[in-house]
Design a protein around this ligand. Structure first.
Ligand code: HEC
Length: 133
């Protein structure tokens, strides 16, 4: 168990390295601190373009178990993020618990609530008429 977890961490490290191209949040923004913390602690497993993070899988083919949800698409609110940080995602199976705590967790949650879901697609809904026999 320990060995496989170390292997996960090692591959996670490689992902972090390629997921740190830059933060597009202004340094004077109240969200900047959260953005830096997110890049440092979460970008290995989650995608979010505001911090240049590419930790989520882009195709099924190179998906790995540690790939978390893509926050460009998925909108989160502060409570959900704090819950996920405390409990290790919603399932507790993969994401480590309490990677950050206290004020750091608060700052990440506020940042993510503001910046997540920005590229979610608003697909127009199509009304279909169901025929009842
Ligand atoms: C080791 C990889 C890993 C790291 C590091 C990681 N996560 Fe996750 N995270 C996941 C995975 C995998 C899931 C999805 C499965 C689950 O919910 O258990 C997830 C789920 C989540 C969810 C729930 C999303 C949803 O809508 O289902 C949130 C919010 C979240 N992570 C935030 C964070 C934050 C904030 C950080 C940094 C403090 C972080 N994660 C670090 C892997 C990771």
């Amino acid at each position: 168990m320990l060995v496989s977890f170390a292997a996960l961490l090692a591959s996670g490290g490689a992902l972090v390295a390629c997921g740190t191209q830059g933060i597009s949040v202004s340094k004077s923004s109240p969200y900047y601190r959260g953005a830096v913390l997110f890049r440092d602690h979460c970008s290995g497993c989650h995608t979010l373009s505001a911090v240049g993070a590419e930790g989520s899988a882009t195709s099924i083919k190179d998906r790995v178990r540690t790939n978390g949800p893509n926050f460009d698409i998925r909108k989160e609110n502060v409570e959900q993020v704090l819950y996920a940080i405390r409990n290790g995602g919603f399932s507790g199976a993969i994401m480590p618990e309490n990677i950050v705590v206290g004020e750091d967790a608060q700052d990440i949650a506020k940042f993510l609530a503001a910046y997540s879901g920005r590229q979610s697609q608003h697909v127009p809904s199509v009304n279909i008429t169901l025929t009842t026999k």
